[in-house]
Design a protein around this ligand. Structure first.
Ligand code: ZN
Length: 521
């Protein structure tokens, strides 16, 4: 079954008046308000931001003004982070003030420095086998639920602890949450960490918050690092089923940044679409930050989030943006981004189907999809084998599908084009006959980033059969991505620092450096 066609998704008394004072504010604010049901921009005030920026009337007024000038129509006011809990009266007053000014306001909890530290990651990440730590995390969600009906959880809701208590529980194959025990299906660390985080989520977060506030709805925000989810206890199938909503980390930062680099821009689109397929209507939006970004990459993160089908772009976070992000560049692009979001929301993505089963290990091919997207192959991310897709790209991640060999044999027999990584082809030797002319092998050599150096002739050879199955032809240099949508929609995005000439379906186009071109019929 192919289920990768992405499903199209779908105030109080205040202390301050809504009237914006800046000359430039009214137009963008009006547009943002009108567009909010299609796509909205939001921001987070971390618990420390609440203390530092929202404790005074002047700070609150300035924050509201900044949001309105930035087209931000929703705020998340965080209750706790890294051992600090924001003041209840300050949170309540800020909540009412933002709502009075016409913004939506929800809560957030970041589970860093909660109780006993993990023996692996260090003090920010906790050992949730520890019952006292479970008590502490429960208290932080009960506090948040007393203030808000919607609560986001930032992407530190995981554990990698392998302490002696965790190890004993893993070997006994039992998770203990409060006074309850749950069996674990296997004895690997993946088995234990995933079961532990699911059960702690259900009993200590979801049930606890809803006892305090039956209207509470919890959002689990998944990190950008989707290849490692299972290793740290993120089970995207069962946790997505348990939580009310999901959010997606699309913060790719700058590929060449020395501290934060290494993730190509296309990764934001890929993870947004992949989790969008798993979460369907529960998938609310993307989340990116300013760390390690330039003016270009900051805006590119917004583009990738919107092309990925997000209904909301969360700008993390107010305090950080004041000192880091080029908010001016984003503001200037918001009208165009909202227009594109409207067109994307009316369409479904079309592309070369990719099978990334939930919980699958990348082995030597981490993020190979992101690099394949960067070389101009338009992908339709799936979490199941794409039986009915017009063309497919498969990597070692697909081996997590126990029926892969049979499904692939059937796919090849239909003569539709399929591209396999060399790592997968090697592992299928003797299981699947890969000599048919509709099968191509991509030389990754365990170095997915090497794809960014592929020469034009190789790019042309790779694209031709896969795109032909989509009734498309595309000639472009490396690092130019193509996105196809139903009803004739397309986007070409140039990630190079120089303008490029491309030919799409016989039409020559010039795309500016770090620019994009699109067409909607
Ligand atoms: Zn532990």
């Amino acid at each position: 079954m192919m289920r990768c066609w992405i499903i199209v998704f779908l105030a109080g008394l205040g202390h301050l008046q809504a009237a914006p004072s800046s000359e430039s504010t009214p137009e963008l604010w009006k547009l943002a308000k009108e567009s909010a049901d299609v796509h909205r921009f939001s921001t987070l005030f971390s618990a420390q931001d609440v203390r530092d920026y929202l404790s005074s009337e002047a700070g609150l007024a300035e924050a509201i003004q900044w949001c309105q000038a930035s087209g931000v129509t929703k705020v998340y006011l965080e209750e706790s982070r890294s051992g600090y809990q924001a003041d209840r009266a300050t949170l309540a007053r800020a909540r009412e003030s933002f709502r009075a000014a016409g913004l939506a306001a929800s809560g957030c909890v970041t589970t860093t420095r909660v109780g006993k530290p993990s023996d692996h990651w260090g003090s920010r990440i906790s050992c949730y086998t520890d019952l006292a730590t479970q008590d502490r995390v429960q208290a932080s969600f009960e506090y948040a639920a007393g203030l808000f009906d919607e609560i986001m959880i930032d992407d530190f809701w995981f554990t990698d602890c392998t302490c002696s208590n965790c190890n004993a529980a893993r070997l006994a194959r039992v998770v203990t949450v409060g006074s309850k025990t749950y069996p674990v299906s296997g004895d690997t660390w993946v088995d234990y960490h995933c079961e532990l985080m699911l059960r702690v989520s259900q009993d200590r977060v979801l049930a606890a918050a809803k006892r305090v506030n039956p209207k509470a709805r919890l959002i689990i925000k998944y990190p950008q690092w989707y290849e490692k989810y299972q290793d740290r206890g993120y089970d995207v199938v069962r946790e997505t089923a348990a939580f009310d909503r999901i959010w997606v980390g699309t913060e790719t930062r700058d590929y060449s940044d020395r501290e934060w680099g290494g993730t190509p821009q296309y990764s934001g689109y890929f993870v947004m679409r992949w989790l969008g397929g798993i979460g369907a209507a529960k998938c609310g939006g993307g989340w990116f930050d300013w760390l390690g970004t330039t003016e270009h990459t900051y805006v590119e993160q917004a583009r990738q989030t919107i092309l990925g089908g997000a209904r909301e772009s969360m700008l993390h976070c107010y305090g950080g943006i004041q000192h880091g992000a080029d908010i001016g560049a984003l503001r200037a692009n918001i009208p165009e981004l909202l227009t594109v979001a409207g067109e994307v929301r009316r369409r479904e993505p079309v592309g070369i189907a990719v099978d990334k089963p939930p919980g699958s290990s990348p082995q030597e091919e981490p993020h190979v999809f992101d690099f394949v997207g960067m070389i101009g192959l338009p992908l339709a991310p799936c979490h199941e084998f794409p039986t009915n897709a017009p063309s497919a790209f498969l990597s070692v991640q697909a081996l997590a599908d126990p029926n892969l060999a049979a499904e692939l044999r059937d796919f090849i027999a239909t003569r539709r084009p399929v591209l396999l990584t060399d790592g997968l082809a090697r592992r299928l030797t003797g299981l699947v006959n890969l000599t048919a002319t509709n099968v191509s092998v991509l030389a990754v050599g365990g170095q997915p980033k090497s794809l960014l150096e592929l020469p034009q002739t190789r790019l042309d050879d790779l694209r031709a059969p896969l795109l032909s199955a989509l009734q498309t032809s595309f000639r472009a240099p490396n690092r130019v991505a193509l996105y196809l949508f139903t009803h004739g929609g397309w986007v070409v995005e140039n990630f190079n620092d120089a303008p490029v000439e491309v030919v799409l379906n016989g039409q020559a186009l010039k795309v500016e450096a770090r620019g994009w071109r699109y067409h909607w019929e």
